[in-house]
Design a protein around this ligand. Structure first.
Ligand code: TIU
Length: 229
């Protein structure tokens, strides 16, 4: 038991580090690098780079403290059988899901663009959840993995704040997982959506989560190690 209080918005929240996992959402080349899905949607992909260093720090401290880490990737089977037509048919046909791009077929499993960026490469033994949707629980075994490890609290970071991070936090909250979102370890293609997305999580007394910082989580882990209860 490593119970600690983490400063957060709207209120400090008490968690047990021994019942906590870090979930890194979709830090893939397809979203962060030119020529992938993010750019195909018309976005400035350079805006997502700001989340990389805070997530590196989170991964470092989580690994040092034996906190489980789970990575997710958004993408589809090569035959696109798991991709709804609604999702595939959107946008310029030359850059749609499954179209050939400089990093391989866009948003398709097994292609270079589907990989997690090398700076945040999963370590051996860290589960990777391949998800067809925006939420990490939809049509995946994430919930089973978390229940098997008796996880109660999730630290959710990654991209994008208002799409896959938000959807995952909402899904997790409905399933009874307490969610902490370090805002600096999330990023969006839209500055205002990032800010408002974080405010939406914490509004109404923390309607579906708590917003914190990488520094607060790092300080908490340093303190809980110094004083193992
Ligand atoms: N991972 C994730 O957020 N998928 C998206 O499609 N995000 C956008 O912001 N487009």
């Amino acid at each position: 038991m490593r119970k600690v209080e983490i400063p957060a918005d709207p209120d400090a929240v008490t968690i047990d580090w021994d019942r906590t996992a870090v979930i890194v959402i979709d830090m893939q080349r397809d979203f962060l690098e030119p020529g992938g899905f993010g750019e195909a949607l018309g976005n400035d992909v350079s805006k997502l780079a700001r989340a990389v260093a805070p997530i590196q720090r989170l991964l470092r401290i989580a690994r040092a403290n034996a906190i489980p880490i789970i990575h997710t990737r958004e993408g589809h089977r090569p035959d696109l059988a798991d991709a709804p037509a609604l999702k595939v048919e959107r946008g310029d046909p030359r850059f749609r899901i499954g179209a050939a791009g400089p990093m391989g077929r866009i948003l398709v499993r097994g292609e270079p663009g589907h990989d997690i960026v090398p700076e945040l490469a999963p370590a051996r033994g860290e589960p990777i959840i391949d998800k067809p949707g925006k939420g990490a629980f939809y049509e995946t075994d994430l919930e089973l993995i978390l229940r098997n490890r008796a996880i109660e609290t999730l630290v959710v970071c990654g991209v994008t704040t208002e799409v896959c991070v938000h959807t995952t936090v909402r899904e997790a909250n409905d399933r009874g997982f307490r969610c902490l979102v370090p805002g600096d370890a999330c990023a969006s293609y839209f500055d205002e959506f990032h800010v408002v997305g974080l405010r939406m999580i914490a509004a109404q007394g923390g309607i579906f989560g708590f917003v914190t910082t990488t520094a607060a989580l790092a300080a908490s882990l340093a303190a809980s190690l110094a004083d193992p209860a």
